[in-house]
Design a protein around this ligand. Structure first.
Ligand code: ATP
Ligand code: MG
Length: 429
């Protein structure tokens, strides 16, 4: 093979999150984890790779994900494995495997990368991060409402509530959907000449998904299609009514969208999406619903389950559009050391400060440099203070502290005084 001098690049659609972006990510992650804790949800950590069969059995063979988006490969034992395209299946697999569902209620969350071989564009990538939330053992509709309150609170805490809106639908039970399916097939068959290739295929395999089509030419046809609600019994209808009543009571606005069917096969009853108009066509930032049937489908005893997943990249794109986001600075204090003694003493003092002030972000300048060049770096770091040690200061047992953001004077003081002052400043945060 010819040697190439070209550097190796990342895979298309799989992105590095660079240090300048990671503080914004951490800010969002922290806010989201905080809200999950507010509601008593616990974290579960899951493998990134699972047996391919798991996704085929759960997501459904005739979905976009399984048909054309999965990263599937044979490992060295010729087992077919897949990089997880979503987290619901793995989470349920883990709970069944560890017997977590016997007469128990769980409220869980996970976070991490998912993989789908899609056409990369803004808000759509081949590796992307999701926060997923799953609850088991609750028939609802109070838990359905809780998930919506929880997401609503997340948007508020992230400052993007004004950018998103809620759409809601119910898909009824499997039996009700079967009745509906027949009606729908009959309707679309009458208009078969208007259907595109994808939809004709779906007519055979998964006709409800035609309602989800992004093809604008089908809009009118889809709009006039029969309504699923007309095939629903009292149980499904009253579940949905109680949910909407609870949302009304707490003042959460929503739009009923009877064409919201979700891309995955396993949903039933409540489905919802949080949508933004600020990201072009990749507008769904969070999507979820009830999937009671999946537990049995994966070999468990019949149970209740409802959850959602939200795409972090799309959330981050929204957060970037905000003006005043209180992102934590990466550095609180930048230590400048000039001279042999100062270098030694500085290292010692830095460790002492980290011992005494929990959570302080103290960056020590390493490598030589004049006061002037180190000050420049201190300024650039965004630190609030420069802590300065020259050999003169060290010989007097002092340090010098210069506020970098307030325009206040630089001051000499003892090391203990400096620690006191930095502690107070840290406590104010
Ligand atoms: P879409 O309609 O955008 O393809 P989906 O129905 O495939 O979404 P879900 O499987 O429900 O999406 O995933 C939940 C959320 O994860 C989405 O609402 C979105 O925010 C995010 N997401 C899904 N696929 C991608 C992707 N390829 N890149 C970035 N984020 C994604
Ligand atoms: Mg998709």
């Amino acid at each position: 093979m010819a040697k190439s001098n070209q550097s190796v690049q990342a895979i298309r659609g799989m992105h590095d999150i660079l240090p300048e972006q990671s503080s914004r990510w951490q800010y969002a992650e922290k806010a989201i984890k905080g809200v999950l804790a507010n509601y008593g949800y616990l974290e579960i950590r899951l493998p990134i790779v699972e047996k391919t069969e798991l996704f085929k059995r759960s997501i459904g063979e005739v979905t976009d994900i399984v048909e054309k988006e999965m990263y599937t490969f044979d490992d060295r034992n010729d087992d077919s494995l897949t990089l997880r395209p979503e987290g619901t299946a793995g989470c349920l697999r883990a709970c069944l495997e560890h017997g977590l569902l016997h007469n128990q209620i769980h409220r869980l969350w996970y976070y991490g990368p998912m993989f789908r071989h899609e056409r990369p564009q803004k808000g759509r990538y081949r590796q992307f991060y999701q926060f997923g939330v799953e609850t088991y053992g609750l028939a609802g509709p109070d838990i359905d409402a809780e998930l919506i309150f929880l997401t609503d609170r997340m948007w508020k805490r992230l400052g993007i509530r004004h950018k998103v809106r809620l759409e809601l639908n119910t898909l009824g039970t499997t039996e009700e959907r079967l009745v509906y399916r027949e009606k729908l097939v009959e309707y679309f068959k009458q208009h078969i000449e208007l259907l595109d290739e994808d939809s004709r295929r779906r007519l055979e395999t998964n006709p409800l998904r035609i309602l989800d089509s992004k093809n604008r030419d089908l809009k009118q046809l889809i709009q006039n299609a029969p309504e699923l609600m007309e095939c629903m019994g009292t149980d499904s209808l009253s579940h949905f009514e109680m949910l909407t009543q609870t949302l009304d009571d707490l003042g959460i606005e929503y739009k009923l969208n009877s064409r919201l069917v979700r891309g995955l096969d396993y949903y039933g009853k409540t489905v919802f999406e949080w949508i933004t108009d600020d990201l072009g066509s990749q507008g769904t930032i969070c999507a979820g619903g009830r999937y009671d049937g999946l537990v049995e489908q994966l070999g468990g005893k019949a149970n209740h389950a409802i959850g959602f997943a939200m795409g972090m990249e799309r959330l981050l794109l929204l957060i970037e559009q905000l003006e005043n986001v209180a992102i934590e600075q990466a550095v609180d204090v930048y230590m400048i050391r000039v001279g042999m003694e100062a270098e030694k003493e500085g290292m010692r003092l830095a460790e002492k400060i980290r011992d005494e002030i929990c959570g302080i972000k103290l960056l020590v300048n390493c490598g030589n440099g004049s006061f002037k060049s180190q000050f420049k770096k201190a300024d650039k770091s965004g630190a609030e203070y420069a802590l300065i040690l020259g050999d003169d200061e060290v010989s007097r047992g002092e340090v010098s502290l210069k506020p970098l953001r307030s325009g206040k004077e630089q001051k000499n003081m003892t090391q203990n005084e400096a620690i006191q002052l930095l502690t107070e400043s840290q406590n104010r945060k």
